[in-house]
Design a binder for this molecule. Structure first.
Ligand code: RIB
Length: 305
């Protein structure tokens, strides 16, 4: 039986422009291209886990608009179980994304239907959560829902992952005890811990604080510098495979989905981190959110340059 991953979170249609650089306040730039691409941190993590070997169910909400159907169809095409995706009247979530010539991006999201994912909806799909080996949450749906989902996962005895993205402030203190793996990037780790994170040493200090707050284990993703694993007994640094990046959108999502799929399939934490890192490295060599996410055979064929 393939390992079962349940993702609770957002689905967004990404409206993506490429421009030479990110615009400054009040500035108009001439863009080079425009595309609509299926995204949303939750849906991207679901696609990553599915392409990378897990059986996946997605719990979320889409709007009654055309984007909603496209977002659902994109997941169905990956054999992701969409029975727990509810359709609500109104607009689907969207993300306005600018990607510059240095492969960096700036994103503004409008929650739309993602805002309708309430704790009551999670309770309606309790049987989906019960079937999970690993449950993944992020922060593009209401906080009350994330807190509830984490606690349900803990009560059911599942492995619970929180990717606290996007985060600009500390998490509610009572969430931490329900989190097995907290996976922030540098800026999210800084927002959660209240400490600067700009080096391996400062990442270690922040990870220690986050474990002190109650998180089981912490993996801080550090972009091209790899990631830092902390479990309260020590630290391990995992350098990232070096690749030529064209678009970093969904790299973090690919890492989280890949890590979850590998962990659920019985790989060790270290193996799952390395696997997630290769998947994320491959994703930055391609444009877009879901289109950039590699398959299991892509990852198996990867050879570091
Ligand atoms: O992490 C990348 C994702 O963030 C994009 O797909 C966009 O939808 C935003 O949610």
């Amino acid at each position: 039986m393939p390992a079962k991953v349940v993702v609770i979170g957002s689905l967004n249609m990404d409206l993506v422009t490429r421009a030479p650089r990110l615009p400054r306040g009040g500035e108009t730039l001439i863009g080079q291209s425009f595309s609509t691409v299926s995204g949303g941190k939750g849906a991207n993590q679901a696609v990553a886990a599915a392409r990378l070997g897990a059986e996946v169910s997605m719990v979320g909400c889409i709007g009654s608009d055309a984007y909603g159907q496209q977002l659902r169809n994109a997941l169905l095409a990956e054999q992701i179980d969409c029975d727990a995706i509810s359709i609500v009247d109104g607009a689907s979530g969207v993300a306005l994304i600018v990607v510059d010539d240095n492969s960096q991006n700036a994103i503004v999201i409008v929650a739309g239907a993602n805002g309708a994912l309430t704790p009551a909806v999670i309770d309606r799909f309790d049987s989906v959560l019960q079937a999970a080996d690993v449950i993944i949450c992020q922060l593009e749906v209401p906080d009350a829902t994330v807190g509830h989902a984490l606690k349900c996962g803990r009560e059911l005895g599942k492995t619970v992952i929180l990717n606290p993205a996007p985060a600009s402030r500390p998490l509610p203190a009572d969430w931490y005890a329900a989190i097995d793996y907290l996976i922030p990037n540098e800026s999210e780790a800084a927002a959660l811990s209240g400490l600067p994170v700009d080096s391996l040493e400062t990442a270690e200090t922040a990870a220690t604080r986050l474990i002190g707050m109650g998180a089981g284990k912490v993996i801080i993703t550090l972009g091209a510098q790899g990631s830092l694993f902390a479990d309260g007994k020590g630290f391990q640094h995992f350098p990232a495979p070096q690749v030529h990046a064209v678009d970093t959108t969904a790299a973090g999502d690919t890492f989280v989905g890949g890590f979850a799929a590998a962990l659920a399939s019985g790989q060790s934490e270290a193996e799952a981190i390395r696997f997630g890192q290769v998947a994320a490295a491959l994703s930055v060599t391609r444009a877009g959110a879901q289109p950039s996410i590699p398959t299991l055979s892509d990852v198996q064929a990867f050879k570091a340059p």
